[in-house]
Design a protein around this ligand. Structure first.
Ligand code: ADP
Length: 501
């Protein structure tokens, strides 16, 4: 368990240097304070101590950033050829790779995640995503069409579609994978030729700001990427701003709904990657050991603070007791502690607010008759630690079964036939991820086709790759990030028809 030592002392020299600098945000290639001069405090979730202060951006800062992004979009950025955009993104990937250890340490300090995960998970994915998206800059294509226009006699025509960048994009991201989220937003937008105003989460702005420094070092033109820190205020200002052509948002469904309503006034393009309550379905022929490890990873990875977390578990009756027992053992065995401690397997939750929220779900689970078989105790401070919890015998009327908790709390339910498992899995307003565990691949494919979710995994869970599209069904949002689809999110299609004389 971590004590009250200031974890900044655990950083290497580079990360320590970054944290010691005054917090500034990036507008038009300059590192600036907010117009108001106000700042917000960023806390270390493992100790509750202040890490540093960063500017509290306001509507006035968003206005400056949007103007800069517009100027870059109409000038320096659009003047670049696709191959030059590709080269800049590749350069940025190299710089992120060269500074990976510093970025991983900053991520662990700011978010609380285990340093090994930050190093080998988040950083690897961020670097690979930059390289993958860089390649799209030179591969954006339209189509040619032979139209009929039969109502125009004695004339011939040719049509084509052009793929054009949407324009200035406002991007609002959450705190669970701060650097990866920043990269998943800015990289496809830049590859497509858009310019960006990024609003990181107020809890975790550090790696986005360090990324901003690397963007400057890579040589991106001023204003191509602007980063405005702050809380919901600058986020809302971005959504309302008439100079923003599109909003790309990752966060809660509640805020996604607010954004969708507000964006109507300016008819902004939207892509929304929202909450989930993803089912994990274990069939009776599955390998029990593999299924237990898989289900544990599905819910406990990143402390359950994952939008695709496998928070509902459905196990076919013959395996139910063995799987519950195995999961209880895994949950009870977790070493919970500072992400910097080598022995730690699970760090703190992001904030005291989040820990209280998770705790209140735990209490509701017990009140509503769930059988708590492991964990679930908040650990006395400092820091926002919480022991991973497993509820057996969860029922569809329970709050823990229906609502997204965004913490390490699993709700497990037995089933007797596959149709009822699929019906229960689909009985959710969300539809982000799902997994099925079985050795019978024909059966697996039947289940895959029946599940209503944007990502379905067979004998694995939570696996995301820059080449594979990612996004939700139902109230988990719309628009597929990653893969080829990411470019579609940041381009408009223009139809051009020419009379051939
Ligand atoms: P979480 O519950 O995971 O904190 P939120 O959906 O509340 O997720 O926040 C995700 C991001 O959205 C953060 O950057 C936050 O500042 C921003 N945000 C919150 N409320 C609004 C809003 N009304 N308009 C725009 N952005 C917002």
């Amino acid at each position: 368990m971590s004590d009250m030592i200031d974890q900044k002392s655990r950083l290497g020299a580079a990360a320590r240097g970054f944290v010691a600098k005054p917090g500034r945000m990036l507008i038009d290639g300059q590192w600036v304070e907010s117009v108001s001069g106000e700042s917000i405090t960023v806390f270390d979730p493992a100790t509750g101590l202040e890490i540093k202060r960063v500017p509290a951006g306001t509507a006035a800062d968003i206005d400056r950033a949007v103007s800069a992004a517009r100027r870059a979009f109409e000038g320096s950025w659009s003047a670049l050829r696709p191959v030059e955009r590709e080269r800049l993104l590749l350069k940025l990937a190299d710089l992120v790779e060269a500074n990976a250890e510093e970025l991983a340490e900053l991520e662990t300090l700011d978010n609380g995640k285990i340093l090994m995960m930050a190093r080998y998970g988040d950083l690897r994915l961020a670097i690979d995503s930059l390289r993958y998206m860089a390649g799209w800059a030179t591969k954006i294509e339209g189509t040619t069409i032979s139209p009929s226009f039969a109502y125009v006699p004695d004339a011939r025509f040719a049509s084509q579609t052009l793929r054009e960048p949407v324009g200035v994009v406002g991007q609002i991201i959450p705190w669970n994978f701060p650097l990866v989220m920043a990269v998943w937003k800015i990289a496809p937008a830049l590859a497509a030729g858009c310019t960006v105003v990024l609003k990181p989460a107020e809890d975790t702005p550090l790696t986005a700001l360090r990324l901003g420094e690397l963007i400057c070092e890579a040589g991106f033109p001023d204003g191509a990427v602007n980063i405005v820190t702050g809380d919901a205020g600058p986020g809302a200002a971005l959504v309302d701003h008439p100079g923003v052509d599109k909003i790309a948002f990752t966060g809660s469904t509640e805020v996604g709904q607010i954004i969708q309503r507000r964006a109507a006034d300016t008819m902004k393009r939207l892509s929304l990657e929202l909450g989930g309550k993803s089912p994990v379905v274990i069939l009776k022929d599955a390998d029990v050991g593999q299924a237990v490890q898989g289900a544990a990873q599905a819910i406990f990875f990143n402390h359950g603070q994952v939008c695709t977390a496998g928070s509902r578990l459905f196990v076919e009756r013959p395996l139910y007791d063995a799987v519950i027992e195995g999961l209880a053992e895994v949950a009870n065995g977790f070493v919970v502690g500072s992400g910097f401690d080598q022995a730690s397997q699970m760090g703190p939750l992001i904030s005291s607010r989040q820990r209280d929220r998770v705790q209140s779900y735990l209490e509701s689970g017990q009140r509503e008759g769930g059988r708590l078989v492991a964990g679930g105790t908040a650990i006395d401070g400092p820091g926002y630690f919480f022991r991973p919890a497993v509820f057996a015998d969860a029922r569809p009327d329970m709050t823990i079964y229906r609502e997204e908790i965004f913490g390490p709390v699993l709700a497990a339910t037995p089933f007797d036939d596959l149709d009822s498992a699929v019906a229960m899995a689909n009985d959710s307003s969300y539809g982000l991820g799902a997994s099925v565990w079985t050795r019978d691949l024909l059966l697996a494919n039947r289940v895959v086709r029946a599940l209503k979710a944007g990502s379905v995994w067979i004998n694995c869970h939570n696996l995301l790759d820059p080449a594979v599209p990612f996004g939700g069904y139902k109230m988990s949002g719309y628009g597929k990030e990653l893969g080829h689809s990411a470019i579609d999110l940041y381009t408009e299609s223009k139809a051009v028809t020419m009379a051939l004389g």
